[in-house]
Design a protein around this ligand. Sequence first.
Ligand code: SF4
Ligand code: SF4
Length: 465
Amino acid sequence: MNQDIVKLGIRVKKYQRKAYAVWEITLKCNLACSHCGSRAGAKREDELSTTEALDLVKQMADLGIKEVTLIGGEAYLRPDWLMIASEIKRFGMKATMTTGGYGISAGTAKRMAQAGIDTVSVSIDGLAKEHDAMRGKQGSWEQCFKTLAHLKAAGIVCGVNTQINRNSAHDLPLLYQKLVEAGVSAWQIQLTVPMGNAVEHNEMLLQPIELLDLYPLIYFLSLRGRKDNLTIQPGNNIGYYGPYERVLRGANQLESEWAFYQGCTAGQNVLGIEANGAIKGCPSLPSDAYTGGNIRERTLVDIYENAPELRFNDIDEALDTTKHLWGHCRGCEFATTCRVGCNWTSHVFFGKRGNNPYCHHRVLKLAAKGRKERFYLKEAASGKPFDHGIFNLDEEEIGPLNPNSKTQFTLNKTNFPEAWLKEHPNLIESLYIERGMGIKRYIDSGIVSKEESPWYNDTHSATNS
Ligand code: SF4
Ligand code: SF4
């Protein structure tokens, strides 16, 4: 795969840093999520004024931004949010929004459509009990579905985004069914990572070994979604290059040779803006390490073109695109294309980018060798928005399979719609076989040599590791 990419010029493509901006217009929020990376709640003391915000819209248009997604906090809690949306539209850019989905009435949905917001993603994490607990508000799950109905009635295209963690993973099939029933056609999934509030709630995070169970499940859901008109969109920390890459990243273009992860684009075609005017290459990145400047002090184009904090992915200038890699990523066969996957995910674990424990390829490769990784918190986070702690990562023996683990997510504990189990009475068993085959393929294909693998000559053990 890498050879083809080099031949086709991916590593030398012109940088195109002008596509998409995600703009936190306020940090004020009406939810209190235990995994909130920005620790939203109260507004920032120094949020941009209306005049400054409207000027920033113009600067974005001048820069060549094509789409602006308004986020928070909860974006609609900023009084002038529809004025900002209208201005985005007036300047010829697409206005979209991501919302916690709490309290968007039919009237608000109509006003959103009038302002030119044409696509909205609602955040729903699992079923009602888990969602309400994680989002810190009773009734918030139900509100999400009311919001979806109001948006749909107003003619706005709706999607849903979901955080995958130990609280939500086991209900993914039931949530899938609810989304199909609600007429949702796009579902973005993302692993919860230890940023902001999630650092203190890190027991909710999946350990890398749990990806062995998760990926056969999302592979199955992704295939099923093709029949049910629900496209599962892998977020940037889903992957990479395991047996399901083409299916997960293929969406409706399974035959495409480009259906695989092609590296982080922070600062290239993504821009993140904080409510006080701080500019980053991606909205999720830690503020301390990745803020390139503030539009109160420098123009957007100046920050975009010249701030080194936004240029770490600039392939044109960095001839060695893998020099920052360390740990298992350093020697990885996909290193030049993947470049550690999502830099945000990597950085919030270790305080620097370059090593990503949330990688299916890596987990499978280790499992084929009878090994696994486990992280645990070493240094607490500061308590500021977009902060992170420091985690230690230990490598250890994989140990016996425990389908009924009290703490870990397992396929055995996954809840499926009854109709699915009637349709496929051996569904869970077949997903376990898929799980084992994933490991076995790494040995059969020689990615892990038979000498390195404790499962050699014992395929039964391999499928049950
Ligand atoms: S081990 Fe690192 S470089 Fe290799 S595929 Fe995984 S995240 Fe990418
Ligand atoms: S840091 Fe992660 S979320 Fe941000 S642009 Fe890169 S891959 Fe996407």
